[in-house]
Design a protein around this ligand. Structure first.
Ligand code: ADP
Ligand code: MG
Length: 253
């Protein structure tokens, strides 16, 4: 490429933006880590003090320490996972996935989670197979369905639809996860897949969220050369659509 002042300006702007993202990310991670750690430290200090003066210790405090430790662990696991997916450090292991079998296994656990809120999950499989990394595909499905269970009120309906679509390059397998929950305001939709972005921070934390789930979903789809989109409006429920492009050179085994 010919070197011109305008090329330089573009490169400098891109570098500045990448640096800003890095700084914001470090600040966000530190903040997310500090909240549970501060709580663990405070409650542990209180317990030590109680023991020193011979006061009975409150078992509730131990529960709070455990809950915050679990939060820290979930956060660190998600961060490590995101970094492995994003950097390509863990190589994708694509394989033919029999969708009937795959959904039966994954839904076994998810149905139980839904039942706890008296919600139900329906499944429609319009295409039989998908070529993708099974572990990562499971992560996509689990993240989207768990969000629907978490952010919808009791007795909600969650729908999973697997279908196929023709594309200029061949075909793609589509996964749609929709719910009839509260929906999401338009102003949030553009930022929903950003790391740590939540519509309601307090609610997400109370429900054990890390704010990284949708970011992980987005990067898994990107690694598969696919996309994920959200369609939602308040009172109308939410639909996430994932597209897994299928290589036309593939022949089913
Ligand atoms: N099905 C849904 N209905 C309503 N809001 C949702 C839904 N799925 C995700 N959200 C919103 O998107 C945010 C980001 O989701 P996610 O990245 O999975 O983080 P987390 O669930 O850990 O908060 C959630 O905090 C929630 O506000
Ligand atoms: Mg989530």
């Amino acid at each position: 490429m010919k070197k011109t002042p305008s090329n330089d300006a573009h490169v400098i702007a891109a570098l500045k933006s990448a640096e800003k993202m890095r700084i914001d990310f470090v600040a966000n991670v530190s903040h997310e880590l500090r909240t549970p750690l501060t709580s663990i430290k405070g409650y542990t200090e209180t317990l030590i003090e109680d023991l020193q003066v011979g006061r009975a210790i409150d078992p509730e405090f131990l529960q709070i320490i455990l809950k915050n430790s679990n939060r820290l662990l979930a956060l660190i696991n998600d961060l490590l996972d995101l970094s492995a997916i994003e950097s390509g450090a863990d190589h994708l292991q694509p394989a033919w996935i029999d969708l009937k079998e795959f959904n039966a296994t994954v839904l076994d656990v998810l149905n139980r989670e839904a039942q706890q809120k008296s919600s139900s999950i329906s499944l429609e499989i319009q295409c039989s197979k998908l070529f993708a990394d099974p572990k990562r595909t499971e992560q996509v499905l689990v993240n989207l369905v768990e969000n629907a269970i978490k952010y919808c009120p009791n007795r909600s309906l969650i729908r999973i639809v697997w279908s196929e679509e023709s594309t200029p390059d061949g075909k793609a397998v589509l996964l749609r996860v929709s719910d009839n929950g509260p929906g999401i305001q338009k102003k949030h939709l553009d930022r929903l897949f950003e790391r740590f972005y939540r519509v309601d921070k307090g609610r997400s934390r109370d429900l054990g969220g890390t704010g990284l789930g949708l970011s992980i979903v987005k990067h898994i789809l990107q690694r598969h050369q696919g996309t994920v989109e959200v369609d939602s409006s308040p009172g109308q429920g939410t639909t996430f659509t994932c597209r897994f492009p299928q290589d036309p050179a593939l022949t089913e085994s």
